[in-house]
Design a protein around this ligand. Structure first.
Ligand code: PGA
Length: 247
């Protein structure tokens, strides 16, 4: 049976209180499309204000620490995100793997802490352009999955986002055939890691998803949603992507 699609926005380091009307518009549009799950990953500072503005709408963070509290300057814990109003968290985004030197082992701990603490974890994987050019895309992503996905992951509390690094923010996307090949490989690897439960995790495609390519990408086999960066910042850009998931 097809999984209910999840269209998640990743606002990255964008968004202040002045942007709450965009979040309200996205939430209102999402409410009219119950056939698709919609979520927004916001900067930590905006989670509380957004959760107050759009109660019941899925708001999440973009990173968490795996420990509950302690001497970790600048980090936020799962409980802090939850208290602010988050219901999910993105972990292992390639920008954090690169900028913050996060390892798959750390990402696994973050995902585990999130799931144990009651947040859905969106676990990101993806190859660089050099890795794809070298023919190593599937082996790189498979290895990231093995090291980043906790054995306790289930479809209710975890999703995977495949985001080729070279497609993020560039306007370039893989072909539908390349996405299909990768998502099939991810599904197979999840089944190897999680057994039958591997069929229940939603596999999101991310990297330059926009209104004009969303319908094609969202209907590739084993694509159960999208993780959207730049095109999630404005309701006018994001709502058509939500609608494309339904079509
Ligand atoms: P993009 O970002 O849609 O702006 O390419 C996607 C992401 O990094 O999650």
């Amino acid at each position: 049976m097809a999984l209910k699609k999840l269209v998640a926005g990743n606002w990255k380091m964008n968004g202040r209180r002045a942007d709450l009307p965009e979040i309200e518009a996205i939430s209102a549009a999402a409410a009219t499309h119950p056939g698709v799950d919609v979520a927004l990953g916001l900067p930590a500072t905006l989670i509380g204000p957004a959760a107050s503005a759009v109660p019941g709408f899925a708001i999440g963070g973009q990173d968490c620490h795996w420990q509950a509290a302690g001497a970790h300057t600048g980090c936020v814990s799962v409980d802090m995100l939850k208290e602010a109003g988050a219901s999910f968290v993105i972990v292992g985004h390639s920008e954090r793997r690169t900028d913050n030197h996060e390892t798959s082992a750390e990402i696994c701990q973050k995902a585990q802490a999130a799931m144990a603490g009651g947040l859905m974890a969106i676990i990101c994987v993806g190859e660089t352009e050099a890795q794809r050019d070298a023919g190593a895309a599937i082996s790189v992503v498979t290895e990231q999955l093995r090291a980043s996905v906790p054995a306790q992951a289930t479809g209710a509390i975890a999703a995977i986002a495949y985001e080729p690094v070279w497609a993020i923010g560039t306007g370039r996307t893989p072909s539908a055939a390349d996405v299909a090949e990768m998502h099939a490989a991810i599904r197979a690897e999840l089944t190897a890691i999680l057994g039958a439960e591997g069929a229940n995790l939603r596999l999101l495609y991310g990297g330059s998803v926009k209104a004009s390519n969303a319908a094609e990408l969202l209907h590739v086999p084993n694509v159960d949603g999208a993780l959207v960066g730049g095109a999630s910042l404005k309701a006018a850009d994001f709502v058509p992507i939500i609608e494309a998931a339904l079509a």
